[in-house]
Write a protein that binds this ligand. Structure first.
Ligand code: GLU
Length: 450
């Protein structure tokens, strides 16, 4: 998981971009880089292997002026971590720059085809192929940069979030996504772009989550425009973030994981709030209540997840079987998606993911839906891909989890799954009112016990 940050507006882009990269450092990376267009319409690109702070030092004596730019932290998938392979990558004439998160599966074929047209590659990355392909289409057809990006993406197989800028269009960022998240932040006269909301929240709480196969055209001083890869206009759904900057800072703790451990009394309270009645006699989850007959008639529940979420699923599956008397299976999403599973329309699939962006879990959801299952999401990030791809679901509401080893998200997931087991049991009448009350009251006591 690498990171992308973009900015266009009235302020100097460099400090905003590098601060944004620092916010994304928790995702892990091996190199960092930035591309800026200065007032002379010159595209300056600086990149280096190592930390964002090393990039900042490297740029100290450089021209870092400009009110438009894109930046990147790389987690190498194609080519070793070094200065050349770091992003941004650029066109042969150094007038177009790209940052990319993801992998291009058919990059070898594309690279060979471009080499036959005389294209020379500097790096070992899959990403450089995309920018050289954009350049090839742009120069050979004379089309607009947007059309060149769109046509290049038509030829690309793989997963990507990209941002492109060009000295030929110094007031525009073009961004696109497929299976890799991208969020656009909209403020007065400026627009932000990032892999998740953490670099954006200190500037604006108005965001648009780009959907798969969408391309955003971010022009200085103009409203955001979003089209599909097929060049049709897309609807723009502006959401208000409920996150605060303090949630992204360490708040006096030496590291995020410790902070997040100590946040659990509050996060669990937020997770339970409004979902268990004050007297403990009712567990209310709208995703279950609104789909009561599906849960009453479900023949089986399959929980799909990866990593920590899978471990939460193991507990959830046990509780659902025990309390709601529905057979439950827990599957690794990465196995499920390739296993040709037997799934039918009276199955319910529960997909669990903190970020709501786990690629294997998203693929498992797609497969389950194709096979007619009703899919329920349990995730943390509001408006994430999994929240959108599922039929309904429950957010865990524990706030951003920066620590890589999950703590509060895990306890939030287990809490939601426990409430789900109780809510289904209550619907099906497989739990006595006394047992329901005592269990629900015990859950309500947890925040004050830890
Ligand atoms: N596949 C690209 C590379 O290796 C991007 C990796 C990433 O997502 O950071 O450069």
């Amino acid at each position: 998981m690498c990171g992308i940050v973009g900015y266009i507006g009235v302020q100097q882009a460099f400090p905003i971009l590098t601060k944004g990269l620092h916010r994304l450092e928790y995702r892990g990376y091996d190199s960092a880089g930035v591309a800026l267009i200065n007032t002379d319409n010159r595209l300056n690109i600086y990149k280096s292997h190592g930390k964002v702070s090393e990039l900042e030092r490297f740029c100290e004596s450089k021209d870092i002026s400009g009110t438009i730019g894109i930046a990147h932290t790389r987690w190498a998938t194609h080519g070793e971590p070094n200065d050349t392979n770091a992003h941004p990558h650029f066109s042969t004439d150094r007038r177009i720059a790209i940052v990319h998160n993801g992998t291009i599966e058919n990059y070898t074929v594309l690279k060979q085809a471009l080499e036959q047209h005389g294209c020379v590659f500097d790096s070992d990355t899959d990403t450089e192929v995309v920018v050289k392909l954009i350049e090839y289409i742009y120069r050979s057809t004379g089309c607009s940069l947007l059309n060149a990006v769109r046509e290049a993406l038509e030829q690309v197989v793989g997963a990507y979030a990209i941002a492109v800028i060009s000295a030929d269009a110094p007031d525009t960022i073009i961004a696109a996504r497929k299976s890799s998240p991208l969020v656009i932040g909209i403020a007065d006269g400026e627009t932000f772009l990032a892999s998740d909301a953490s670099p954006i929240i200190e500037h604006t709480n108005q965001v648009v989550y780009l959907r798969d196969n969408e391309i955003a055209i971010i022009k200085r001083g103009e409203p955001l425009q979003v089209i599909t890869n097929k060049n049709e206009p897309s609807t723009i759904d502006i959401q208000t973030l409920r996150m605060s900057v303090s949630q992204l800072e360490k708040g006096g703790y030496p590291h995020f994981m410790l902070k997040e451990i100590f946040e659990q009394p509050n996060t669990l309270f937020d997770c339970i709030r409004g979902r268990i009645s004050a007297d403990g006699t009712k567990v209310q989850l709208s995703g279950i209540e609104d789909n009561a007959s599906r849960f009453i008639n479900a023949k089986r529940i399959v929980l799909v997840a990866c990593g920590t979420s899978w471990h939460a699923g193991l507990i959830g599956g046990r509780l659902i079987e025990e309390l709601a008397r529905i057979p439950a299976r827990v599957e690794y999403a990465s196995e499920f998606r390739y296993a040709n599973p037997v799934i039918s329309s009276d199955d319910i699939v529960i997909a669990i993911s903190q970020s709501g962006e786990t690629a294997d879990t998203l693929a498992a959801i797609k497969l389950a839906k194709e096979r007619g299952a009703f899919v329920y999401g349990v995730c943390n990030v509001v408006g994430s891909s999994i929240a959108r791809a599922t039929d309904t679901g429950t957010y865990i509401h524990v706030g951003p989890e920066i620590g890589v080893a999950s703590t509060k998200a895990f306890t939030g997931q287990v809490t939601v799954l426990t409430m789900m087991a109780l809510a289904i049991a209550q619907l099906k009448g497989t739990i006595s009112p006394d047992a329901l009350r005592s269990t629900a009251q015990s859950i309500c006591k947890i925040p004050s016990l830890i």
